[in-house]
Design a protein around this ligand. Structure first.
Ligand code: ZN
Length: 413
């Protein structure tokens, strides 16, 4: 039996594994249940014939990197290795096992039940991205059961904290774990017939406007921080228009521009009261950086624009702090690794593959920018990631398992 035929016969195994993974609620923040899920994943990889190890991150590092309310939640990363006799090159498959918190009313009740309905599995993490983990586990099972030797050595990592900043997840892995990949597949970012060859970066800033409080009956004595903030936000529309004029054509012909989302979070700070002139107003900025832009230059530009805009507004005093950032990445899909993956996607899904650049970021940049290896994003995906009724399609989960198997058995590097 071929691995592909084996996968078709054993799709029930994949569904069972995914439901089990979804049932372990690894909500981040704060980072719940990382211990049971990584213990289980390590055992699974070992059972599939991989040399596997779970890395427990040192407490001191947790204390340095995480906010105090998360110090009681340990962090782990799982690494598995399969040596293929005769193979010269190594491919690394990566997925994160954490999920975003849940809210709202779900059609099937409990968001961690993994209910199946109309060919879809519902639940937090089905699409982002425990489905990818389940697909890869079936791929590895199919190779073992059919005694098929891959043409590449295989490394597998299941990592923490992608939904926050990946510092203790893939960020830690690429710096500290004993890995030596020649190529990487991050199992999200591209799905269906799209193979992801890069993604945007982001710069997250918080702008605080400092005013002066006064009695609400004497606004003339204060400096109204909200009014200053409103003027500043209006000026940012000019900046947003400038960004739309920067255009880049991605490999699949999409015209991409940098973007700026204003005020995902905004607040009045402590001491706000209806009868007080607001002394503080703050708002966030989410600047998405194209892979072809300079990350440092983008931040410098935005900060300069804010400073100049504030100078033009009378009595507008601001401070700007960085909340977080993530780097963009892009590998021109000319390397044979990309052609091989596109071929596998085309064969299995019977639809020509195209290369996309994702607007959202994922962990690809750690492999592409730090390890500097050809890195692509591909997985089963799904719908409503980070939202109510997140779901993954069983047929796509099976297709991804076959695509990974075909890549491993046809591409030798
Ligand atoms: Zn994800």
């Amino acid at each position: 039996m071929t691995p592909a035929a084996y996968i078709d016969h054993h799709s029930a195994d994949l569904v069972r594994q995914l439901r089990h993974l979804v049932g372990i609620s690894t909500v981040n923040p704060p980072g719940e249940n990382y211990d049971p899920i990584t213990a289980w994943l390590t055992r699974e990889l070992t059972a599939l014939g991989l040399k596997s190890k779970r890395f427990t991150l040192p407490r001191a590092l947790l204390k340095k990197s995480l906010p105090p309310e998360q110090h009681a939640f340990p962090r782990y990363n799982v690494l598995g290795k399969l040596v293929a006799p005769g193979a010269k090159k190594t491919v690394h498959f990566n997925a994160h096992y954490d999920v975003v918190p849940v809210s709202g009313r779900w059609k099937h009740g409990n968001p961690f039940s993994g209910k199946i309905d109309g060919g879809w599995i519902f639940g937090r993490g089905t699409s982002d991205m425990k489905g990818s983990i389940a697909s890869l586990l079936l791929t590895l099972q199919s190779l073992r059961a059919t005694r098929t030797t891959p043409r590449l050595n295989v490394e597998v990592s299941f990592t923490a904290d992608e939904e926050t900043d990946s510092a203790l997840g893939t960020g830690w892995l690429v710096e500290h774990a004993p890995i030596r990949p020649d190529f990487a597949v991050v199992m999200e970012g591209g799905e269906l017939n799209q193979v992801c060859c890069g993604h945007n970066g982001c710069i997250w800033l918080e702008v605080t406007v400092h005013g002066r409080a006064a009695h609400g009956s004497r606004p003339d004595l204060g400096i109204n921080a909200l009014e200053k903030m409103a003027a500043l936000v209006r000026d940012l529309e000019v900046y947003q228009r400038q960004l739309t004029r920067r255009r880049w054509q991605t490999p699949n012909g999409r015209i991409a521009s940098p973007t700026l989302n204003v005020g995902g979070i905004f607040s009045c700070g402590a001491g706000a009261k209806i009868n007080t002139v607001p002394a503080h107003a703050s708002f966030s900025l989410d600047r998405r950086v194209l892979a072809i832009e300079s990350h440092v230059g983008a931040e410098r530009d935005l900060r300069a624009f804010l400073a100049a805009a504030a100078r033009r507004i009378p009595n507008c005093c601001i401070s700007v702090t960085k909340i977080s950032e993530n780097y963009a990445c892009f590998t021109p899909p000319t390397h044979p690794f990309f052609a091989a993956m596109a071929g596998c996607v085309t064969n299995v899904r019977r639809e020509p593959a195209v290369f996309n650049v994702s607007t959202g970021f994922n962990d690809m940049h750690f492999f592409a920018s730090i390890l500097k290896i050809p890195t692509l994003g591909y997985g089963p995906g799904g719908r409503k990631e980070h939202a109510v009724d997140e779901a993954a399609k069983v047929s796509e989960l099976v297709a991804s398992a076959k695509i990974y198997a075909e890549l491993l058995t046809t591409f030798g590097g």
